[in-house]
Design a binder for this molecule. Structure first.
Ligand code: ADP
Ligand code: TZD
Ligand code: MG
Length: 597
């Protein structure tokens, strides 16, 4: 570790640039070069391979955003911090480097905090850096500009939180933040930088020496040999084995080993939403189209980077063949996860394999060797039978061409477009707009589908789209419910400003879930309903993007193909039958009034 030079015990109230303090230096017999907090932060991030910052300027970070850009880093400036934060969180997921979000104090910090909590919940590495007000005034609650004890507020919502008061500690602060974000189970980290820190001057050489290039930030965690053996023994005895791939498996970038594990064992697999495409959804062992058959029927389930949370019905209940909503379905579970505390969180895990997925899956593949007996044909045959039937049924629905368009006829187009452009990034949010896209649109490559994640959150759409375009440079297609789009819609200006290849498709069914509700008193619009026939395509035209109103699948197809050909920022208002959706999409059962019955 580098040493910290105690040079600037009494911080100088310097102006933004080190050159500006040269008046003081000139008065000195032996002028020496100084640097400041602004520059040390930038240098520390650069030293650790960070090349992009997502944020929004204002006191005390306006100059910082300028200097970041001046120093050659990419400074992507948003219209609302929450969207910058979501962008940072998904950049972390896609790159395994912490995504950085930079905000102003109190309100900007709080806007970014939702995204930081989201990153932590989803196990995405992210660092929220917020400027903050004068500590002396904040701590005495004397009413400073944007006064707030940000560190205390951030702490329960993230994996770690640090405050840096002295410029010579910036290197340590950033190193700790990076380690905390990416090591073990990844998550969100908060860094509190009071305004004074940015302007503090210290000796340039001492400042440089205080920076830390983090060595091995996310160390491999090799699973114990007996844990690997226990897992394989259990798997070998299974008559109806199943693998569940989660977004932790996608994050791990162990794509070849995961493919080898599935193909060598011949075990059918389910891909959770953001794990779709780890193997192509059209793979012969993909069991997604027979989900409601395989979950209750399986006898041994190997979870790889997937938690048994609500998205998997907590590993019990009717989904898993249990007698009632809380009863265990008698599956045995193997869980491959980096967090040693994840096992047994919902049901008993018979064989936890604690390690990073890269190391764990390669150890499993190595231990399998060449003498593996594939699962009984009755199991794979029964799955294939259901799959074939369900796929044929879906093909029939997709082939219909109703007027107005419905989710199926519109998404049939998106399905074809992704098939023809498998490198495109698919961003997806909404209720019906989410659920139907997930089940209809096949993914062919890893980490191409990014969506509402563990919380089922609305508002990730445009932030994710910006980050996906900036980080991957691929075409982005965002399939958005009209409600979902509204949470981040203003960022179409950001998309136009940076001229990003993003094609937003708003599935416009006039509201939340559908557009048919009415106020029983006849006074106001119903709470779930929006302006009928709204033209979302006009929004992007205000910023020079391409807007298209599509009322048929043919119009939608033409507009999407043109967007991909031109790579121009595009927003397509896809007019969907307002009665086509169902309440809450696939999770109607979670509504309290349904539970009451
Ligand atoms: P999904 O929503 O797709 O089911 P979850 O977010 O519930 O996935 O689960 C992701 C899991 O992956 C978390 O338990 C997390 O600890 C784990 N994880 C994340 N990265 C890694 C990694 N590199 N190695 C092992 N486990 C990981
Ligand atoms: N607020 C936030 C931040 N997240 C949420 N998930 C919700 C509110 C509640 N919610 C859902 O769970 S889905 C949804 C809301 C408001 C919007 C559904 O409408 P949509 O999709 O137009 O986006 P469909 O296609 O009409 O179902
Ligand atoms: Mg809608």
């Amino acid at each position: 570790m580098a040493t910290v030079t105690p040079s600037a015990a009494a911080p100088v109230a310097a102006s933004a640039t080190p050159q500006a303090s040269s008046g003081q230096a000139a008065a000195n017999a032996h002028p020496h070069e100084t640097t400041d907090g602004f520059h040390l932060v930038i240098e520390a991030l650069k030293l650790n391979g960070i090349d992009t910052i997502f944020g929004l300027p204002g006191i005390p970070i306006t100059d910082h955003t300028r200097m970041i850009q001046g120093a050659g880093l990419r400074m992507i400036s948003f219209r609302h911090e929450q969207n910058a934060g979501y962008a940072a969180s998904i950049a972390g997921f896609l790159t395994q480097k912490p995504g950085i979000c930079l905000t102003v104090s109190a309100p900007g910090f709080l806007n970014g905090l939702t995204a930081l909590a989201h990153a932590t919940t989803n196990c995405f590495p992210m660092i929220l850096i917020s400027g903050s007000s004068e500590r002396e005034i904040v701590d005495l609650q004397q009413g400073d500009y944007e006064e707030m004890d940000q560190l205390a507020i951030a702490k329960p919502l993230c994996k770690a939180a640090f405050r840096v008061l002295n410029a010579e500690d910036i290197g340590v602060g950033i190193a700790r933040a990076i380690r905390a974000a990416v090591s073990g189970r990844p998550g969100g980290v908060y860094l509190d930088f009071p305004a004074k820190l940015f302007a503090q001057s210290i000796d340039a050489a001492a400042g440089k020496a205080s920076l830390i290039k983090v060595v091995d930030a996310a160390p491999k965690q090799i699973p114990a040999a007996d844990a690997v053996k226990r897992a394989l023994d259990l798997l070998k005895g299974a008559k109806k084995p199943l693998i569940v791939l989660g977004k932790g498996a996608a994050y791990a970038q162990a794509d070849a080993d995961i493919k080898a594990l599935v193909e060598k064992t011949g075990i059918p697999y389910l891909a959770m939403s953001m794990a779709k495409g780890l193997l192509p959804d059209t793979h012969e062992l993909a069991a997604g189209a027979a989900r409601s058959y395989v979950l209750p029927e399986a006898d041994v389930v190997m979870l790889i980077g997937a938690r048994l949370n609500w998205l998997l019905s907590h590993g019990k209940g009717k989904t898993w063949g249990g007698k009632d909503h809380k009863a265990w379905g008698h599956q045995k579970f193997i869980q491959v996860d980096i967090s040693p505390q994840e096992a047994d969180s919902n049901v008993k895990i018979d064989a936890p394999v604690v390690g990073d997925i890269g190391s764990a899956v390669s150890a499993l593949v190595a231990a399998i060797g060449s003498s593996w007996t594939r699962p009984p044909a009755e199991w794979t045959g029964a799955i294939n039978e259901r799959k074939t039937k369900n796929i044929a049924k879906m093909a029939e629905t997709l082939a219909r061409d109703p007027s107005p368009m419905n989710f199926h006829s519109a998404l049939n187009v998106v399905r074809d477009i992704i098939k023809a452009n498998p490198d495109a990034m698919l961003v997806n949010e909404g209720a019906n707009a989410l659920d139907f896209t997930r089940s209809i649109v096949d993914m062919y490559k890893p980490r191409k589908r990014i969506d509402v994640g563990t919380w089922g959150i609305m508002g990730i759409g445009m932030g994710y789209s910006v980050a996906a375009a900036v980080v991957t440079r691929q075409q982005v297609i965002a399939v958005e419910g009209d409600s979902a789009f509204g949470f981040s819609g203003m960022e179409v200006e950001t998309i136009c400003r940076y001229n990003l290849p993003v094609c937003v498709v708003v599935m416009n069914n006039n509201g939340v879930y559908k557009g048919t509700d009415v106020d029983p008193t006849g006074r106001d619009p119903a709470p779930t309903v929006f302006v009928k026939g709204a033209r979302y395509d006009k929004i992007i035209e205000a910023f020079g993007g391409v807007g298209v109103n599509a009322t048929t699948p043919a119009e939608l197809r033409r507009a999407m193909e043109e967007a991909i050909r031109s790579r121009k920022p595009t927003l397509i208002n896809a007019v969907i039958d307002e009665s086509a959706g169902t309440e809450s999409g696939r999770i109607t059962s979670l509504n309290p009034s349904v539970k009451k019955k």
